[in-house]
Ligand binder design. Sequence first.
Ligand code: HEM
Length: 464
Amino acid sequence: MTPDIWPVPAAEDLASMPLESLLTREYQADPARVHERLRAAYGPVAPIELHGVPVWFAFGYDEVRYIMQNPDEFWSKHVGHWRAFTEGRIPADWPLIPLLSADNSGFHDGDRHRGLRGAWIAGLREFQEPGGEHTQKLERAILKYCDDLIGVMTEGAPTGWADLAAQYGRPLPLMVANHLLGVTLDRGEEMIMDQWRLLDGPDAAGAYQRLNTALLELATAKRHRPGHDLPSAMFAAAPALTPEEVARELFMLSGFLDFTGSLICNVILEAVGNPNLRTSVTSGQIEELVNRVALLNPALANLTFRYARTTVKLGRFTIAAGDPVMLSISGAHADPLFASALNRDTVRSTRAHLAWGAGPHRCPSQRLATQMCTIAVRRLLDRFSALTLATPPEQLPWRPSPFVRALRSLPVRFEVNPNAVPVSRPGQATAGQEPPPEETDADGWRPPARSGFWTFLRKLRRAP
Ligand code: HEM
């Protein structure tokens, strides 16, 4: 169905409308309630503000899907189409400016976007081709990282307490980042720590600078000495790209892998918080569980802006050319038009959701991210005979963010399954198996310094 959207002459003055903030404790604790209230008051599109800047919030399923699928006609992702920005009405220190004005594929349209996206698709292909040599190596590496993290978390104790966000879900994708980048794990520890600092601090500004420098050095090294890794495959697919351009694309990995960590935690929450589900989940069903959680509790809840290229009608409003629209995936999934057709009690869920986007900007890494989540959750359920939430679900802390639905911590009590054998301990190659490729790299590139990644993780251990 095509939503109520077409070019029309007159437009609302967004800035003069009553605006609801999304950066509130209420939104952090219960976004669904806020969506419900906004929907009752405004329909599928509402005027909101983020750090004092007015933005349209689209959270009707048809509206969100339609905008995702029709970017070049009516919508742009480039900040140069934002009227308030080009007219100098957005404060230079507005916190979302660095993200929204980034020079990478996520914020370009047309040919520029297609060229960069093509490099991503080609670069990721060999890591997510089902059964492919590098896909299998990556899957073995992920399994080992899971066991490494579980090993540090339990340190031989049969029972205990752990924060599965800080000690498992969040570090795991950052370890996978180093595998994709072709950086040895021990030498890449500082990069892992900097990706973490970038998102949570301390020293986010310093981490930003160091990561930029490290990724540019890495891209330059891979340009001259290619390996079997993402940057080398991106250069091979798009030889005209410069190391600066590839480094800017690779910088996006921190964010995407953070969404992956958040989805892992949201899936774990669903699995451990629902004992019936946990006992009924076989390994073949976990991928289905990942899909179900991506639908019901999407990690990337709201997207960065689209800017109207022309005056358009959207929902009950007329949007002026140059106005920003934020698309809400979680809001769209809760739209009664979509949600009323869902059966929340079944273990099977629809794939017709928007958690991976849609149209020309759709996520090129859906299979890889799904595999990461599936392996992570399956390994956890294999290695622990019991996992129970150590905090009532309604008291779990969520990160304050306009974009992600991500747990700040996920405290659990665990009982180790004595019959499940880890594939290896941190730093050891797996007996009888080829070590994962990041332990054998020979590209000569070295991140600047070693961090205490494992020391940091050990410090997170707590007595039960
Ligand atoms: C659970 C994890 C992930 C989720 C939920 C997710 C979701 C999404 C969504 C919704 C978009 C569309 C954004 C938009 O339309 O504005 C997107 C784009 C993208 N994703 Fe993912 N993603 C995930 C993981 C990853 C990973 C691991 C990678 C890379 C290894 C990745 C690479 C990308 C790229 C490069 C784009 C931009 C595509 C473009 O603009 O053409 N994503 N992702």
